[in-house]
Design a protein around this ligand. Structure first.
Ligand SMILES: Cc1ncc(COP(=O)(O)O)c(C=O)c1O
Length: 412
């Protein structure tokens, strides 16, 4: 059996021992461009044959291995009905949340499962102990739903919003830290910052921002929607006060699971989105009343972590960065092409953003889909005007060659 056939066969067995042993004999760097290996990974997905999907930023397609387990969970819960809900539902949720806490590196009693990043961060923004006149800082490139919640709180409680704009290609991390530092006044209480900016792919210097903010008595809430399972980090290394993320993004859990981490000593001061009386305010469970939800999605988190850990966080991050670099280096010098994206490869991973001078982002996205069968998303706001391009572990360089060809033809 040659290497190619061997790797394909291994994939059919899932992340099994022989597959694993092959990956282990390779360095993370050499594996990043080992197309036989990644073709095997791609074989573990069922993808639409109708177009090239470069929009993994919305959410990640779930691999078949996880999807099969998910269907089993649905059948099992459905067979037991209310019995499942009244007996093991909460024990399972607690066990899975504890596993996620170990994955993202924070104490188990500081993390709960939510439905998504929006719920997690809106809990903090709306439940923060604001007083009229308090100030909050965020960036115009931050996610709209959270900006909306800040605006609502400003209307209801009279807080003041300071909106900064992040540079697309910062000269240094310090330039970003200084931007937030300059916006702080004596009234500033909270900064919201993206770990990985969804419209540009920029990885922000969270630790430095948190250290600077704390030295001035300001708390920091991190939007980690795109960071969990795309890049490797530990929440405990970031020194932030609040962290929210969606597990249906880079962990590829079926739709509808997120996380909220709150630093232990801050738990009691936050008001929940949905009330939960009878739980001590120091227990993060008081922020986690959700009503009846699709509990089998929580169960699939276990399977998604199994898949991620077998693939290997370092292998995944290296491959994603390799793919992004593969196409961005090819289009960077094309006349009229604008990359809204940091040039330093260590400051981004899978996500990048490309625009063409004279072509509206919506028109670019439409032409990419209609003329080249490449699906992306147009971003036209927050000083960013282009299409976000987000490959995944199933993306092939051949697909990215199609993108490069399309961009050069459209720009010429
Ligand atoms: C940076 C960022 N924050 C938050 C969200 C919201 O995620 P969700 O819709 O899963 O709550 C997104 C979604 O794309 C995002 O890109």
């Amino acid at each position: 059996m040659n290497k190619r056939t061997f790797l394909k066969a291994c994939t059919l067995l899932g992340a099994s021992a022989p597959w694993f042993s092959y990956a282990k004999t390779q360095t993370v760097e050499s594996l990043a461009s080992d197309e036989d290996f990644w073709e095997g990974i791609r074989g573990g997905y069922k993808l639409s044959p109708d177009f090239i999907n470069l929009e993994s930023g919305y959410y990640n397609i779930t691999p078949e291995a996880t999807l099969e387990k998910y269907f089993q969970h649905i059948r099992k819960v459905n067979a037991q009905g209310a019995y499942y809900m009244r007996t093991v539902q909460f024990d399972n949720k607690k066990r899975i949340a504890a596993r996620v806490a170990r994955l993202v590196g924070c104490p188990e009693d500081t993390l709960v499962l939510t439905r998504n990043t929006t719920e997690s961060l809106d809990t903090i923004i709306s439940g923060f102990p604001w007083k009229a006149g308090d100030e909050a800082i965020f960036a115009i490139q931050d996610y709209g739903a959270m900006q909306d919640m800040f605006k609502q709180v400003a209307r209801r409680q009279g807080i003041v919003l300071k909106v900064i704009s992040l540079p697309i290609n910062p000269a240094s991390d310090q330039e970003i830290v200084d931007l937030y530092a300059k916006a702080i006044t004596e009234k500033t209480k909270l900064i919201m910052v993206c770990h990985l900016v969804n419209v540009t792919g920029q990885i922000n210097p969270i630790r430095q921002i948190c250290d600077m903010a704390h030295a001035r008595g300001v708390e920091v809430m991190v939007d980690g929607a795109h960071a969990v399972a795309q890049i490797q980090f530990k929440i405990s290394d970031l020194n932030c006060d609040y962290y929210g993320a969606s597990l249906h993004k880079w962990l590829a859990v079926p739709l509808g699971v997120g996380i909220l981490h709150v630093r232990k000593e801050k738990i009691a001061q936050i008001w929940p989105l949905l009330a939960e009386e009878g739980v001590p305010l120091t227990d993060i469970k008081h922020l986690n009343h959700v009503g009846t939800i699709p509990v089998y999605t929580d169960l699939a988190v276990d399977d998604a972590i199994d898949f991620y850990e077998k693939l290997g966080p370092a292998r995944k991050e290296e491959r994603l960065r390799y793919l992004q670099y593969y196409w961005t280096t090819k289009v960077r010098a094309i006349p009229r092409v604008r990359l809204h994206h940091p040039a330093d490869p260590t400051k981004s991973c899978a996500i990048a953003n490309v625009g063409i001078e004279g072509i509206k982002p919506s028109v670019l996205a439409e032409r990419l889909m209609k003329e080249y069968k490449i699906f992306t998303v147009a971003i036209d706001g927050g000083n960013i005007h282009g299409c976000r391009i987000t490959p995944n572990v199933f993306t092939t360089p051949r697909e990215l060659d199609e993108l490069v060809k399309a961009i050069s033809e459209l720009a010429s």
